[in-house]
Design a protein around this ligand. Structure first.
Ligand code: NQM
Length: 361
């Protein structure tokens, strides 16, 4: 007999994965991870014997439960299931899957919807911060249809507004983990930043690239990938992330001057594949680097430096990611008061995922 575990398949932003209520999975992490690997069909490049989509962006898990945090309604644990390795990692957060958490919590009865819009306060267990999601709930039902468009997803859907307070230093302890706006590694200038996601920004031209290549072009450049991985492994230690050889952070964003009137152009290694767009918190970190003095992004970015409220369009391979950032400039580096952005999500399927019998053996 296969084991049948209730869950939902959802698109969250530009990612996709399985959403579970926590009490449907074993608490013990080793057994839980074996089940998740089997559910997704990993390790296998095609994930042919599971529901994973054969790419890190479609091999994701959200585990949701009622929260005991005083400022939250639900806890959200994100797990990245490696496609081709027997590895499940909780070392990073995911702001795209986060977009599905509010709708999922309402669908599962963990949250009672209030009027036409429901605010869901989400404790992001991986990094400890709080996100507030505004979900459309006319007549008490989650509305998925709507007019909001996000680049990287065809068509339109109901808007889900996400707001983050206090996400600076989420994984590294501080916004600028090395204490510097610029560091040098292997003779290359880099900016290490963590405003919700640890990211290393490198000017594409410093690695002999334009920054406007397609993800496929960058992924097929083996020497480039080796150089980037060497930089990443060294910086992991310096950014307080320890040995990152088995971790999916930090991300590496190659940056260039904007091509389409945005703030900056990005191509992001996450960290071994190149993102078709950019991660949510990854975009928040890159956008923040654009407005901090002295970073590698500052000379390339097109932003107005005067205001405390910035709206930045981060360019990526399939369009733009718009991030709103509110700063308090009275401290150095400036204090990030609030980050806000738009996502959409959709429930694609609900039912049971079937786990082969020998998985529990
Ligand atoms: O940065 C991909 C994604 C992500 C993460 C990754 C994300 C984020 O697009 O908040 O959303 O960088 O691994 O799902």
């Amino acid at each position: 007999m296969q084991a049948a575990i209730p869950c939902s398949l959802m698109r969250g932003g530009t990612s996709k994965g399985l959403f579970f209520v926590a009490d449907q999975l074993p608490e013990e992490p080793t057994l839980r991870d074996r089940i998740l690997l089997a559910a997704m069909g990993s390790p296998d490049e095609r994930q042919i014997d599971g529901v994973g989509g054969a790419h890190p962006l479609t091999s994701k898990i959200a585990i949701v439960k009622p929260s005991t945090h005083p400022d939250a309604d639900v806890d959200y644990l994100f797990l990245q299931v490696s496609v081709d390795q027997s590895l499940v990692s909780g070392n990073q957060n995911c702001g795209n899957m986060l977009a599905g958490v509010g709708p999922f919590a309402i669908e599962q009865g963990l949250i009672t919807p209030t009027e036409d819009e429901t605010f869901v306060r989400i404790h992001m267990v991986n990094t400890g911060g709080i996100a507030i999601a505004k979900v459309q709930t006319p007549r008490g039902n989650v509305e998925y249809n709507g007019a909001a468009r996000i680049d990287g997803v065809p068509g339109t859907a109901a808007p889900i507004l996400l707001e983050f307070l206090n996400i600076a230093g989420s994984s590294c302890g501080q916004l600028l983990p090395t204490g510097n706006a610029i560091d040098q590694i292997d003779g290359i200038d880099v900016t290490c930043i963590d405003n919700g996601m640890p990211v290393v920004l490198i000017r594409a031209q410093d690695l002999g690239k334009t920054g406007y290549e397609t993800p496929q072009e960058l992924e097929s450049d083996e020497p480039l990938k080796q150089r980037i991985e060497s930089i990443r492994l060294q910086l992991g230690e310096i950014m307080n992330l320890g040995d990152v050889s088995q971790k999916t952070v930090p991300k590496i964003s190659l940056i260039a001057a904007p091509q389409h009137n945005g703030a900056i152009c990005t191509r992001t290694f996450i960290p071994h594949r190149v993102h078709e767009a950019i991660g949510v918190l990854g975009a928040a970190s890159v956008a923040t680097a654009c407005i901090l003095p002295g970073t590698v992004a500052q000379s390339l970015a097109r932003v107005s430096p005067e205001n405390s409220l910035h709206l930045l369009d981060v360019e990526h391979p399939t369009g733009f990611f718009s991030v709103e950032i509110e700063l308090d400039k009275s401290s150095t580096p400036p204090d990030i008061k609030r980050v806000a952005l738009l996502r959409t999500a959709r429930l694609l399927m609900r039912g049971e995922v079937l786990i082969p019998e020998d998985t529990n053996a």
